[in-house]
Design a protein around this ligand. Structure first.
Ligand code: PHE
Length: 359
């Protein structure tokens, strides 16, 4: 819409004053651009006036056009100057930030993660037994048939070999099915009296389910001295579970057959997943076999070059993987082996059962 030339002049003057004020307030290029489009953009105040030149009578068009085009150039300069100022101040800020970086300040500490539940209980068990004078021994994971079976009173063709599904290797050796081979190795190396704890990884050709894995952890315990009895064994096992769980744990002792102990027992603990009411982990029984144990068989002592008439001893094979499941309430053993970080125990969680099966 065409307005009087004079009106147009005053309008431009006040627009210019207003624009200078808005531009002075703009501190970012984005803010500046939005002022610019309000003023000189196609639909902006000056922009639409430029569109309306053609609406003036031909005689006036020259003057109006000149007025508006001069204004347009002045506005362009206002915006260009303001953009330069904003860019310069952004660069100065950036330079200040860069110069204020202090390389001597401590960095951001990366999260280191925490212990695997099995490692946690292993260290805890080691700690309990070290206080009782036990030494820690390790043995090979690739074992000879002799130490895994023969020296443990399980001769070739003895049906007890079928109790443990074994991974046989092409070189005639095997992946140890339990940590018991360390018993005889330790007896041979150290002689009596002996208190030894042997944690480690074991392998069985198992069908994997909620409570069985082909790779799992045990800790073997062996105590040999004069006059060692079943009473000593039971007292130690109760102490162990009490220390690990931080409370008295309900246990039951059943006769159990292992060729390397006589008598042999299965020490079961009340299932901590279901509190004894029955679940998949305890196969609905409410109990979990956790501590097979017994008095060392005289033949095994002989294999270890120890006189059974002079010495007796007890041995136990604690399922570390199961113990970790019970302690932290992990319902499915597969969680522990698949590297799932949800099974990793954060320090706050180390005190009680918190992790449930993630299936
Ligand atoms: N080695 C046995 C197993 O894994 C457990 C065990 C160890 C039993 C020591 C008695 C004594 O089945």
């Amino acid at each position: 819409m065409a307005v009087e030339l004079e009106t147009l002049e005053t309008e431009i003057e006040s627009l210019e004053a207003e624009t200078l004020r808005a531009v002075a307030e703009a501190t970012t290029l984005d803010a500046l651009r939005s002022v610019e489009s309000r003023v000189t953009g196609r639909n902006g105040t000056l922009g639409s006036r430029l569109q309306s030149i053609k609406d003036y009578p031909p005689a006036q068009r020259g003057q109006v056009g000149q007025l508006l085009n001069h204004a347009k150039m002045r506005f362009a300069k206002i915006f260009a100057d303001a953009a330069d100022r904003i860019r310069a101040s952004e660069a100065a800020n950036e330079a200040h930030r860069a110069s204020s970086f202090d390389p001597t300040l401590p960095g951001v500490r990366p999260a280191l993660g925490s212990l695997h539940p099995v490692t946690h209980v292993q260290w805890q068990v080691e700690d309990v037994f070290q206080r009782l004078g036990f030494i820690i021994e390790t043995g090979p994971e690739m074992e000879t048939e002799y130490y895994n079976f023969e020296a443990l009173n399980i001769p070739a063709l003895h049906p007890a070999r079928d109790m443990q599904d074994t991974f046989w290797l092409n070189n005639g050796m095997l992946l140890r099915t339990h940590t018991s081979p360390v018993q005889v190795r330790a007896m041979q190396r150290h002689g009596p009296p002996l208190r030894v704890l042997a944690p480690g990884r074991c392998f069985r050709y198992e069908t994997v389910d909620a409570s069985h894995e082909n790779t799992f952890h045990q800790v073997e315990g062996l105590m040999i001295d004069r006059h060692i009895s079943i009473a000593n064994l039971i007292a130690m096992m109760k102490l162990l579970l009490r220390e690990v769980f931080g409370r008295d744990v309900r246990v039951r002792l059943r006769p159990g057959y292992f060729p390397f102990v006589e008598p042999g027992f299965e020490l079961d603990m009340n299932c901590a997943i279901c509190d004894g009411t029955g679940c998949a982990t305890c196969k609905q029984s409410g109990w979990l076999e956790i501590l097979p144990c017994g008095m060392v068989h005289p033949n095994v002592l002989r294999y270890g070059k120890i006189d059974p008439n002079e010495y007796t001893g007890f041995a136990f094979g604690l399922g570390l993987t199961r113990l970790a499941m019970m302690k932290f309430g992990i319902g499915d053993i597969r969680v522990l082996n698949r590297g799932d970080v949800r099974a990793i125990v954060s320090p706050e969680r180390l005190t009680g059962p918190t992790i449930k099966s993630v299936d």
